[in-house]
Design a binder for this molecule. Structure first.
Ligand SMILES: [Zn+2]
Length: 343
């Protein structure tokens, strides 16, 4: 048996129950990973609330874990007992056109998604498909590793690749004190941009300056574009990385210069969003969707973290038994960076 947190049915954090469940046994193509750390991000909250229809319950949540391979199933070729690993969001099939073409994140057939359709990392052990894992670089501790795929890596990937930020640009980051936003901010600085960071909390402003933000805007109402425009001489920024979603997307669009682009990374609530098409059209703006990161972008992220050039923010390390408390913290937007559960 093992300790795990089980989401019995979608709903509020009290639905997350810390209990004993059978330890998984290895099956063909799968490995048993001893979880050393599991990140808790806003995606976990969205899943817990039931905003993603594909979730099956009861399920062990957790789509961002890091740990050590303890046992390998028949046919596993990539891993050995003792390997240090972190997970990808989903296990790709390995043989569709996208997998063969090297872009596993577009896999048409992969169907084991941790925390949604397969048990995830809120547990002492997790059963993982061998293609759902990546090798963790030495020198990166497990708690940091548990922020790399869907927080640090997403911030990096969307700033460096989706937005394609280049030297000398002006970049706006919303939700800048979160796990994704703080990585986006640091990446934009690494690429040579001048950065405006938006946060809803005065208490978080100093930490954003410490991460390199040139301008910090404390704003909880979504009209931060007025300050951006004032501070850019009425011109606006070249790119915005929106790590919040509906409450901030309009402010991002209004902060862009003509021909500017915004990458939609966050989606904190599921409500529909109304667009002023005339404004998009007249200003020639681009709205770009976020995507899961590739293995190569994940490796880039790991190298930047190992070399101390990207510093993942960890708000708190909590014991596994306090998973519900971690969710309450995120519900209240009380975290600066990732919350990490330690089994
Ligand atoms: Zn595939």
């Amino acid at each position: 048996m093992m300790k795990a947190v089980v989401l019995q049915q979608v709903g509020d954090p009290s639905r997350l129950v810390y209990q004993e469940v059978p330890t998984p046994t290895v099956t063909p193509g799968h490995v048993l990973v001893r979880v050393h750390a599991c990140g808790v991000g806003y995606r976990d909250v969205i899943d817990r609330r039931g905003d993603v229809p594909m979730i099956r319950t009861p399920i062990i949540p957790g789509h961002e874990f890091a740990g050590e391979v303890m046992a390998i199933g028949p046919g596993v070729e990539r891993w050995s007992v003792g390997d240090r690993v972190l997970n990808l969001y989903t296990a790709s099939c390995g043989h569709c056109e996208h997998c063969l073409g090297g872009d596993e994140r577009r896999c048409l057939l992969g169907n084991e998604t941790f925390g949604l359709t397969a048990d995830g990392g809120y547990a002492e052990y997790v059963l993982a498909h061998e293609r759902g894992l990546e090798r963790l670089l030495p020198d990166i501790p497990y708690d940091v590793a548990a922020t790399l795929y869907s927080a640090t890596g997403v911030g990096f990937n969307n700033t460096a690749h989706a937005a394609g930020v280049v030297l000398g640009e002006r970049v706006l980051v919303t939700g800048a004190s979160g796990g994704v936003g703080s990585a986006a901010l640091q990446t934009a600085k690494l690429l040579g941009a001048t950065v405006w960071a938006v946060t809803s909390s005065v208490a978080k402003a100093d930490s954003l300056r410490a991460l390199g933000a040139d301008h910090v805007i404390v704003n909880g109402t979504g009209d931060f574009h007025k300050q951006v425009m004032a501070e850019t001489g009425g011109e606006g920024v070249d790119a915005a990385i929106d790590c919040v979603g509906a409450p901030t997307l309009n402010g991002c669009l209004r902060s862009l210069r003509a021909h500017g682009r915004v990458v939609v990374v966050g989606n904190v609530d599921a409500r529909r969003f109304e667009l002023n098409l005339g404004y998009i059209l007249v200003r020639s703006l681009s709205i770009i969707g976020s995507d899961n990161i590739t293995r190569s972008a994940l490796r880039q992220t790991m190298e930047l973290v190992r070399d101390g050039r990207l510093r993942p923010l960890i708000h708190a390390r909590l014991p596994l038994a306090e998973a519900a408390e971690a969710h309450r913290l995120l519900d209240a937007r009380g975290a600066t960076g990732r919350v990490v559960l330690i089994p």
